[in-house]
Design a protein around this ligand. Structure first.
Ligand SMILES: [Zn+2]
Ligand SMILES: [Zn+2]
Length: 322
């Protein structure tokens, strides 16, 4: 059955009764209605990283702070057992706190999933809110949301598949935490109606947007729905809490036909370099962290190589005087 935008507007307006009045006004005020709030709009990834490092150190998370600080600036080298070559790769901390890794992994995720998305089709982004919760209730609410999400997908077998992202976001005014699920689907925005129908009283659809090309929908999804969670992760009171409750969670995943897509060009390349010597194919020893000035680019091998400090670079030994 074809739905136009007006029908959807009306439908969502109809489910307003499910949303408490003060929550509804907060939804509009905080900009959650159009998902365009962006406290960190003018901050670069490196600005965020500086804050993350500073804050982690302040909270006593020394190792985490050090790893985030060295991320993408230091190198990891492993010596070849066979030919003694020391190939090196850029060090990535892969920590959730690290904004660089956060976005790098996000782009890699989309790189892997892009080809699985049907081309020439229509795409939509649909956002679902589960409401606001006290910090101590968030883990339970996340479990609840997970169950509802599973049931919803089960109830919509005609949905081809897509990607969903779980967002935990702090409301500045109340100090409570939003739990939102953002869906990127292969389909029109009329799916917002089916989503709302299945969700019933348990959650509500608060935003939806339709796209006609893959690149722009991915760009929008990354920028608006999967943003680095500044409001929670860069809060001195909740950084540890957030890292803890999300430690074993995958915040972004594919579902339906997009479930568990692995591989991809970048991943393959990296694995190759990490496990085998690029010169002789020999086994590599345990990794060691080195600084940028200790590696050089090898044109022939097309990889970074660690150069141990030579005798010439060492300070002169005191000469013996007769
Ligand atoms: Zn080798
Ligand atoms: Zn990192």
């Amino acid at each position: 059955m074809p739905y136009n935008n007006k029908t959807i507007q009306k439908f969502v307006a109809n489910q307003r009764h499910k949303i408490p009045e003060n929550t509804w006004s907060l939804l509009s005020e905080t900009g959650l209605m159009d998902s365009s709030d962006q406290v960190d709009k003018r901050l670069t990834v490196d600005d965020l990283r500086d804050v993350a490092v500073w804050m982690a150190r302040d909270l006593g998370l020394k190792d985490i702070a050090l790893d985030v600080e060295s991320c993408s600036t230091e190198f990891v080298t492993r010596k070849c057992r066979n030919c003694q070559l020391r190939p090196a790769t850029v060090f990535h901390c892969d920590l959730r706190l690290c904004p660089r890794c956060y976005y790098r992994n996000l782009f890699r995720f989309f790189h892997r999933h892009k080809s699985a998305m049907r081309e020439m089709d229509v795409y939509s982004v649909i956002s679902v809110a589960y409401g606001m919760f006290l910090a101590e209730d968030v883990p339970k609410a996340l479990e609840f949301a997970k169950e509802v999400h599973k049931k919803m997908l089960k109830a919509l077998p005609l949905l081809f598949g897509g990607i969903y992202h779980i967002e935990i976001k702090r409301d500045e005014k109340t100090g409570l935490f939003w739990i939102n699920y953002h869906y990127l689907i292969n389909g029109t925005d009329s799916w917002a109606i089916y989503f709302a129908e299945v969700l019933g009283e348990k959650a509500w659809v608060y935003a939806w947007k339709q796209f006609t090309d893959r690149t722009s929908v991915i760009r929008y999804f990354i920028r608006e729905c999967c943003r680095y969670p500044t409001s929670v992760i860069l809060s001195p009171d909740y950084m540890k809490w957030y890292l803890d409750i999300t430690a074993r969670m995958k915040l972004i995943q594919g579902f339906g036909d997009m479930y568990k897509i692995t591989g991809g060009r970048m991943k393959g390349k990296k694995l190759k370099l990490e496990h085998k010597c690029p010169r002789c194919g020999g086994k590599l020893e345990k990794p060691m962290r080195v600084s940028r000035d200790q590696v050089r680019w090898d044109k022939n091998l097309k990889c970074w190589v660690y150069v141990p400090p030579t005798l010439a670079q060492q300070p002169d030994k005191p000469k013996l005087v007769d």
